[in-house]
Design a protein around this ligand. Sequence first.
Ligand code: NAP
Length: 345
Amino acid sequence: MVEEVSNKQVIFKGYINGYPKESDMILKTSTIKLKVPEGCSDAVLVKNLYLSCDPYMRSRMTKTDHNYVPIFTPAQPMSGEGVGKVVDSSHPDFRKGDLVAGITEWEEYSLIKSTAFIRKIDEQAGVPLSYHLGILGMPGLTAYVGFYEISSPKEGETVFVSAASGAVGQLVGQFAKLSGCYVVGSAGTKHKVDLLKTKFGFDDAFNYKEEADLDAALKRHFRGGIDIYFDNVGGKMLDAVLPNMNFNGRIATCGMISQYNLTEAEGVTNLFYIMAKQIRMQGFLCYYYRHLYPKLFDLVVPLLKQGNIAYVEDVAQGLETAPAALLGLFSGRNVGKQLVRLASV
Ligand code: NAP
């Protein structure tokens, strides 16, 4: 007799424009059989332990002609990165009790019908499970790729990071310090600015919300100009950065969170400087660099063990808090990597 249990879920209500609301996601309870069904030869059934809230999920809530990730299906559970424990498996590489990270759904138990986007967690690494969604997960890979592969850093260069206290930014700043760069971050509260300077080792930081003139703020912090801009926000900050870039500077276009909820994107007026200063501006998607996970681990796991890298998470408790936790990314409520904890191992 297959055990059947109740399964709380967060359901995506339907496509939206503008700022998301909690009511765009609905809590529902259904049931699930704790066994991979007959005919699914590459599936695992997991108990979800942690879910990750990431800004890209916002773009999955709107149907456009330029979606770069699959959009959510209305009336179906939200999905995203998570860490789970295998309850049943039809794939020989995954066994009951294994811990896995990868794409799952926003519910207590998920039937993951293809193992293509999950990876087994190496418990030997001896790091907290939740780190596989942050410093050792997608945001960690993003920071690694955007800084080392896209930005071509050199010792002594100046680096500016926006949304610097977030999941990606806090790591970029520390990678920049490890490379001998001078690094300044911007963030939206005094607490975050203090964290950047005291915990993450940025040379300096400022609260962009308190700066009436972003150009003046950048000139104050970069008297000799910016060599590398790690752009997490786009919009007005990008426009202000462009004239402050140095000749042959690099801009790693990681994200544009200031634009995700606008019904009409803000214009950027200073693109002229890309030509005049021979700036290389390059976008990237971490998805296409998944082969670099081992390099990220090789770099970060020893740093974690030696206590030479700091990492801050913001962990909400319980599936019912997930919608508010996701929305918090767009108001800056999160301090560090935003997660939702559902259960312990
Ligand atoms: P996060 O920083 O942990 O959270 C988002 C933060 O963005 C908020 O805490 C808030 O911090 C800031 N923010 C929100 N609205 C803003 C606005 N209108 N203007 C300026 N800042 C705003 O998020 P993350 O996971 O590290 O992601 C950072 C960026 O990287 C996002 O743009 C994301 O889409 C992008 N990303 C790209 C890839 C890729 O493959 N290219 C992968 C992962 C993430 P403040 O309090 O400082 O405002």
